[in-house]
Design a protein around this ligand. Structure first.
Ligand SMILES: Nc1nc2c(ncn2[C@@H]2O[C@H](COP(=O)(O)OP(=O)(O)O)[C@@H](O)[C@H]2O)c(=O)[nH]1
Ligand SMILES: [Mg+2]
Length: 302
């Protein structure tokens, strides 16, 4: 199954409430009048696209409709799809992992799906024949390293861990040494997500970052922020804080199979100007997809 079918499947529940309405607006299209555009804007807001982006998207759609003299609902739908796809394109959607080893640092608050996303990523990479080393940088709870160990075994990846309460940066230090010694292609680092102590979190991420700079100068590095799509617009506030502390290179948006409204992807990209690189549509290994903006919008508007 390709991205399009998987995302349709993943968004099935979402579609029942919101996307169905988006599709419905075009299905019951009777004319490109104010009523139509107002209803469309409202539905986009309900789909979590956000008030700003919804207003801009519909404003642009009105212009295009006028300029091109569009009358057909299908043509207007296609124009909207182009506008939303453009909003989703902030560049650099693909993971950049060219060096050996390269590093993926995974951040985000508790419960968003960091460890699960790491497990899925690890399985995907080992499936491509890559040598993966997981780094149990969430040393806050012993259970975190346990959970990561289970994923490592499942994926056929190595893991470097230490006892609960260890300094996360020192675990990263060990992981880099191990990756060099064993010839690993990719190091994926888990981190703890305690946002309630911001300066602590910032210090911790800064320290980890410096250890990577020193241990692997010039390596390709992705710093992914994992966000739970079901938290909707609230997740955006979190994201802005992380963006400030850690140079986030991409978003992994999880739980799009749940009650999430797909439009949140547009709101996140539009407000943060950081590309969504991965989306999670379930708890199993295969439920992680590389993001494709065009395919996503088509699924949303279907
Ligand atoms: N339905 C669904 N559940 C997910 C997804 N990603 C993670 N989860 C679940 O979210 C919960 C928290 O995940 P975990 O990886 O432990 O979060 P962490 O605290 O950020 O490391 C677990 O029950 C996961 O199975 C997803 O894409 N879809
Ligand atoms: Mg975790």
């Amino acid at each position: 199954m390709g991205f399009f079918d998987r995302i349709i499947e993943g968004l099935a529940r979402t579609k029942k409430n919101v996307s169905a309405q988006l599709g419905g607006i075009f299905a019951s299209f009777t004319g490109a009048n104010d009523e139509f555009f107002d209803e469309l804007e409202e539905t986009l807001i309900l789909a979590d696209v956000g008030a700003d982006a919804s207003a801009r998207a519909v404003g642009r759609l009105r212009e295009i409709t006028r300029e091109r003299g569009l009358r057909d609902g299908g043509e207007i739908r296609d124009a909207l799809a182009d506008i939303l796809t453009e909003l989703l394109d902030v560049g650099g959607a693909a993971l950049r992992l060219g060096t050996k080893p390269s590093v993926i640092l995974v951040t985000g608050v508790n419960g968003v799906g960091k460890t699960t996303t790491i497990g899925k990523l690890a399985a995907n990479f080992t499936g491509e024949g890559k040598k993966v080393l997981l780094c149990a940088g969430d040393t806050f709870r012993a259970a975190a390293a346990e959970q990561l160990t289970i994923w490592a075994e499942r994926a056929g990846a190595d893991i470097v861990r230490r006892e609960e309460g260890s300094d996360p940066a020192s675990v990263v230090y060990d992981a880099i040494a191990a990756a060099k010694a064993r010839g690993a292609d990719i190091i994926i680092c888990d981190t703890a997500g305690r946002l309630h102590n911001k300066s602590n979190l910032m210090n911790e991420l800064g320290k980890i970052s410096r250890v990577i700079d020193r241990g692997l100068p010039g390596c390709d590095r992705e710093t992914l922020l994992v966000l739970d799509a079901t938290t909707g617009q609230n997740g955006l506030t979190q994201a802005k804080q992380f963006k400030e502390y850690a140079g986030i290179s991409g978003i992994a948006l999880t739980k799009l199979d749940g009650t999430a409204k797909g439009g949140i992807v547009v709101a996140i990209t539009d407000q943060l100007k950081i590309p969504v690189k991965l989306i999670g549509i379930g708890e199993k290994t295969e439920d992680l997809l590389e993001f494709d903006g065009r395919g996503f919008v088509e699924a949303l508007l279907r």
